[in-house]
Every structure is written in structure tokens, then in C-alpha cells.
Design a protein around this ligand. Structure first.
Ligand SMILES: [Zn+2]
Length: 615
């Protein structure tokens, strides 16, 4: 694979009077999914790790355009077009830099700050001041936790909960003392400060009485930080009895609840390479889990899990675990999260649901069970399809025909929201098994339903009936070839000696496989598309093309072992064939009449078989 070299956002930015800050472009790209952007403009197909398509930038008949979700980049093997989501929009929609940024920003709901433009400058200055005043507030609360005369109330509360000093420090936990004006006395020095504290949600203004007072009083303070670690809001937990138990900052110019996840910044900082994220409901859950060594938890901030939350998570990690109460409210919330997740479930991503025992939350449970006990519960997670069919199945009577029909009516429109790929196919198959209907009938019925009601897909085109994938049995040779099409570098996973026995295999498919191996070894940087092109004039081209498009149900980490297994099986077959043919020869002739070559072959054969049986 060619190196996807990430072009700096600055390099493609033309010089102009009002410059969009580089940090903003980075953040914008972090909140954008290139697969979503490109997939809404051209038809993408999942092939291996990446997505492929006919290149929109040059004329071609076979797909050489590839999109990497991991790297958030596209690349064309034909015309070498390459870039980020932003670059794609510019090239594809023929937009200049600024309008392209604006389009992405509008999609993510972000405000574009600009430098050196008086109007934008003013906004940005305000925003910057908001961050500053929030950071000052954070420092103030942290100081109170150490020095305020009532600090023991807060310190004891944290101690009783089992929160250690280092964890309190990692999460920058603070204390808002009792009283109405602790923060305002300290920070609202000028009118401008006062205004900022009100705008940032730290102070509440009663205009009719011309009064201001601290929003957070007698609470443990949890600063909410954005991905870059800036404080954007606070959550406050009451220390004794009182209402509300949890209080959040209101929405402000820098804080949008539906978009932020508490603990995401801390989780990224705690772990070198995050691979999964656990979504909980409260900040105490996140802090408590971190206290017990589970530092990949985040919390929604008093809102339902949104598609923006899930999108943000999937851009960072491939696995998400939603943690909910096992009661009805919890299952309803989980169902909502599932609904938001469906359109984002491209291949390679997984969503699981963890339902906790009644009356427990992650906070209480991890204190009871510790890290080991809590992590053991991950094994009981329901995978998305499981939860999906469980929930829908409980609404219908599957023993009746009517119930089965109802299930397919309920399920298919939802399944159709999943991007084309393995998960979708698995779910259609499962639905087919549950209802006794054939998969293509389900898909056809769903398409007919759609065209009757006149619905169209998101990009305005009518959904074509997806081709039901053929899962015909593959021969070992075909499996090996399909794997090489998916990842040509697999060739290097075996030594020459292990390929040697293949020399004796003379059937057509073995020849094709051997030719493929030879081509990959002879051409550094071989790509699946180039590999297929070599067979352009081969009579088996169509079959090879199908093999190259096969979606494997194998996760990426099993490709190597699958490939090695296939080649070794072929080697064994080859050795067995040679052995059998030798035996035929020996049967008919006395040893003295055998050629020297045959004798040598027998010696080798006996030797190697003896070795194998002693292993
Ligand atoms: Zn191209």
C-alpha cells in the first residue's frame, strides 16, 4: 500500500485576509468521517480494510479509488488523487477552501473562528475569554478543595467514595463551597468578567432583582473538558442531601451537551492506544471506573446518546460498549442508542450493550466487584444484533405466521439503515432464520415497501435492491486467493520452504494461486487492484474478480492465520499426492528397478513423514 501521507491543513489553505485557524481545521476533521462524506457522494464498497469505488476524478471501469477509515484519507491508484475529507469536498464539489470548510462546519454544527477578520476576531476573542474564565473557575474550585475551611466535607466525601488523590487530580476535581458569591467575589472583578461568568454559565443573573449569584454551591465539581483538554463546562454533585443531585452547566457558546462526552479527554490521555470506549450515564461512573483501573469510560451529560456522540467515538475507536440499567428505562435508552448507531455501523465497527442488575450503576458495581468482576461482565454483553432481535422479538409472537410477518416489517426498515456490509448481511440472515423467509425476499419486500412509500436514501437516490451476497463454498485455493486479494502482503507470512510443496500441484486453481504468489513477490507494493489487472485476459477473470470482492467474515487479525492454514493444507495435499504416486510406482517394481531420482524421493518422503508423525 502506498503511504497515505497526511497533508497538513495549512498547506492546502490559500493565503487570504481572514485565515481559518489550523487548530480549527484539525478539530473539524476529527469530528468528520471521511467515509460518510465520500459515501454520500459516490457509491463506496467495503473491500478489506478500506472502501473502494470507481474514481470520481478519472475515467475508469474497475475501481481503483480507495478510502481508509482508519487514516481518514482517500487515495486513487489510477490518478494518484489523495487527501482528506476536506480536500475531497473541494475537488468533488468544485468548492474553494472556505466554502468547503463552511460545508463541513455546518454538518458538524461547529462555528468557524477566523483570524484577522474584525467580526470573527471579536467572536474568537469572546470564545477565548470564555475558555479562560472557565479555566480560572476550575483553578478556583481546585484550590477550595485544598484550602477552604470547609474542605473536609468535600475531601471526606471523596474519601468515602474511595477516590484517591491521583484520580482526583487526573480529573481535576474541585469543590464549590457553600454560599452564594464565592466564585463571583473572586472572579467577577470587572463588568467584562462578570459578563463572561454569566455567559459561561458559572453565574446566574436575576435581571429583575439586579442580582447575580454562583450557580454551583456546596458541590463536588467535575470540569468537563473537550478533546483538546479545555474546560468547557462543569458538572456538580451535591455533597449532602439536596436537589438536584447532579447539576450541569447550561449550553453555552463552547458547550453543547449533545456533542460532548465527559471523560473522553481523560480516557485518551490515560491510554496510549484506546481500542474501545464504554459509555455510561454519569461522571461518578467514569471517575469510579478509572479509580478501579478501567480508564476507557465516558459519560453522556444528562442527554440521550446522540449520533454525534457515537460518530465521535467511532472516529477514535472501533468498539463501543453502551452501559445501561437493566430496568425498562435503561432498555429504552439502549434502544434509542441502537437507533442512533445503526447508520454508523460500517464493517469493522462493533457496538455492544451491557445491562446492569437492577438498582446498580457502574459506580456502585465496580466498588462492589472491583476491576476483574466488572470487566468479566463485558463477556455477557449483548452484541447489537442480539439486542436488536431480543427487543423486537419480545414484541411479537414468533410462533405465529402473523408474528413473523410483523417482525420482518419492524426489522427490515431498521436493518436497511445499516451501511452495506457484513453486519447488515448477518442481520438479514438472522431475520430470515427467525421468520423462515428467504433473504432476497426480505430485501425485495423492503425495497418495494420503500418505493411504495416513495422514500429515498439520504443522498437523494432511490435505494437499489442490494445484491444478496453469494456465500458459496470456497475451495482452499479460492480462499487463499481471496485472502491475497484482500491483503497481498500476506504472501510474506510464509517462508519459501513452506511454498515449495506447492510446485507439484498441477490443477488449474493451484496454478492460478501460484501465479498470484509469484506476481506479488515480484512486484513491490502490489495492490489488490493491480493484482486483478494482471489477470485481465485470463479465462477465469470473472471468477477472480468475484473472489477479489468477497467480504470475509474474518476479523482482520485472523487473516494471517487463515492464509497460513490454507497454504499449509495445500502443501499437505501436495505431499500426500506425491507420496501416493510414489507408492504406486513401488508397488509395481522391485526397488532395484527404481530410478535414482525415485529412490531419493522415497528417502525424503519417508524422512519427512517420520518427522511429522514425531511432532
Ligand atoms: Zn483516479
Amino acid at each position: 500500500m502506498p503511504e497515505f501521507i497526511r497533508e497538513g491543513s495549512v498547506a492546502i489553505q490559500p493565503v487570504m485576509a481572514s485565515r481559518i485557524p489550523t487548530e480549527f481545521i484539525d478539530e473539524l476533521l476529527a469530528r468528520t468521517d471521511i467515509v460518510e462524506i465520500i459515501g454520500s457522494r459516490i457509491t463506496l464498497k467495503k473491500g478489506g480494510q478500506n472502501y473502494t469505488a470507481l474514481c470520481p476524478f478519472h475515467q475508469e471501469k474497475t475501481a481503483s479509488f480507495s478510502v481508509s477509515q482508519d487514516k481518514q484519507f482517500y487515495y486513487c491508484f489510477g490518478c494518484q488523487a489523495t487527501g482528506s475529507a476536506l480536500k475531497f469536498i473541494m475537488e468533488h464539489d468544485h468548492l474553494d477552501f472556505i466554502p468547503a470548510v463552511e460545508m463541513l462546519a455546518a454538518k458538524t454544527g461547529m462555528q468557524i473562528p477566523r483570524e484577522e477578520d474584525p467580526q470573527y476576531d471579536e467572536k474568537r476573542r469572546k470564545q477565548k475569554s470564555l475558555y479562560e474564565i472557565l479555566e480560572k473557575s476550575n483553578q478556583f474550585y481546585k484550590r477550595q478543595l485544598r484550602h477552604h475551611e470547609d474542605k473536609d466535607r468535600a475531601v471526606n466525601y471523596l474519601k468515602n467514595r474511595g477516590i484517591s488523590g491521583p484520580v482526583a487530580r487526573d480529573f481535576a476535581i474541585g469543590y464549590a463551597p457553600k454560599g452564594w458569591d464565592n466564585l463571583s467575589r473572586k472572579l467577577a472583578i470587572t463588568n467584562a468578567d462578570r459578563r463572561l461568568l454569566i455567559d459561561s454559565g458559572m453565574l446566574i443573573e436575576r435581571e429583575e432583582e439586579n442580582k447575580i449569584y454562583d450557580r454551583f454551591r456546596d458541590r463536588i465539581m467535575f470540569p468537563i473538558r473537550d478533546l483538546r483538554g479545555r474546560v468547557i463546562a462543569f458538572g456538580g454533585r451535591i455533597i449532602d442531601a439536596g436537589q438536584p443531585k447532579y447539576l450541569n452547566s447550561p449550553e453555552t457558546r463552547v458547550f453543547h451537551k449533545g456533542r460532548e462526552l465527559y471523560g473522553l479527554y481523560e480516557a485518551r490521555r490515560a491510554t496510549q492506544k484506546l481500542t474501545r470506549i464504554l459509555v455510561t450515564e454519569g461522571y461518578m461512573d467514569v471517575v469510579m471506573l478509572a479509580q478501579h483501573g478501567i480508564s476507557f469510560a465516558v459519560a453522556t451529560l444528562g442527554t440521550a446518546t446522540s449520533s454525534e456522540h457515537i460518530g465521535l467515538i467511532f472516529r477514535l475507536v472501533p468498539d463501543v460498549i453502551f452501559c445501561f440499567d437493566g430496568d425498562e428505562a435503561g432498555r429504552n435508552a439502549a434502544w434509542k442508542a441502537l437507533n442512533e448507531a445503526l447508520p454508523l455501523m460500517s464493517d469493522g465497527r462493533s457496538a455492544k450493550f451491557l445491562f446492569l442488575p437492577d438498582g446498580e450503576d457502574p459506580d456502585s458495581l465496580v466498588r462492589k466487584e472491583g476491576q476483574q468482576g466488572f470487566m468479566a461482565r463485558f463477556a455477557e454483553c449483548q452484541h447489537l444484533p442480539e439486542f436488536f432481535f431480543d427487543a423486537l422479538g419480545s414484541e411479537v409472537d414468533l410462533s405465529s405466521l402473523e408474528g413473523k410477518a410483523k417482525l420482518s416489517k419492524l426489522a427490515m426498515p431498521m436493518i436497511n439503515r445499516i451501511p452495506e456490509g457484513v453486519l447488515k448481511q448477518l442481520m438479514v440472515n438472522e431475520l430470515a432464520a427467525l421468520t423462515g423467509l428467504e433473504t432476497d425476499r426480505l430485501l425485495r419486500a423492503a425495497t418495494q415497501d420503500e418505493s411504495r412509500s416513495g422514500t429515498t436514501s439520504r443522498n437523494g437516490r432511490r435505494n437499489r435492491s442490494p445484491q444478496p451476497r453469494q456465500h458459496a463454498q470456497l475451495s482452499i485455493e479460492e480462499l487463499a486467493m481471496a485472502l491475497l486479494f484482500r491483503q497481498p502482503e500476506l504472501v510474506d507470512q510464509l517462508a519459501d520452504a513452506e511454498y515449495a510443496p506447492l510446485d507439484d500441484l498441477k490443477d488449474k486453481d493451484s496454478q492460478l494461486l501460484k501465479e498470484m504468489i509469484r506476481l506479488i513477490r515480484a512486484n513491490i507494493g502490489m495492490t489488490p487492484q493491480k493484482l486483478l489487472n494482471y489477470f485481465n485476459n485470463n479465462t477465469d477473470y470473472e471468477r477472480l474478480r468475484r473472489l477479489s470482492r468477497l467480504e470475509h467474515l474474518l476479523p482482520a487479525d485472523q487473516l494471517i492465520s487463515e492464509y497460513q492454514g490454507a497454504i499449509r493444507k495445500l502443501s499437505e495435499r501436495s505431499k500426500e499426492q506425491s507420496y501416493q504416486s510414489l507408492r504406486e510406482k513401488i508397488k509395481e517394481k522391485p526397488l532395484s528397478e527404481l530410478s535414482e531420482e525415485d529412490k531419493q524421493a522415497i528417502r525424503l518422503m519417508v524422512h519427512s513423514r517420520r518427522q511429522e508423525s514425531s511432532e
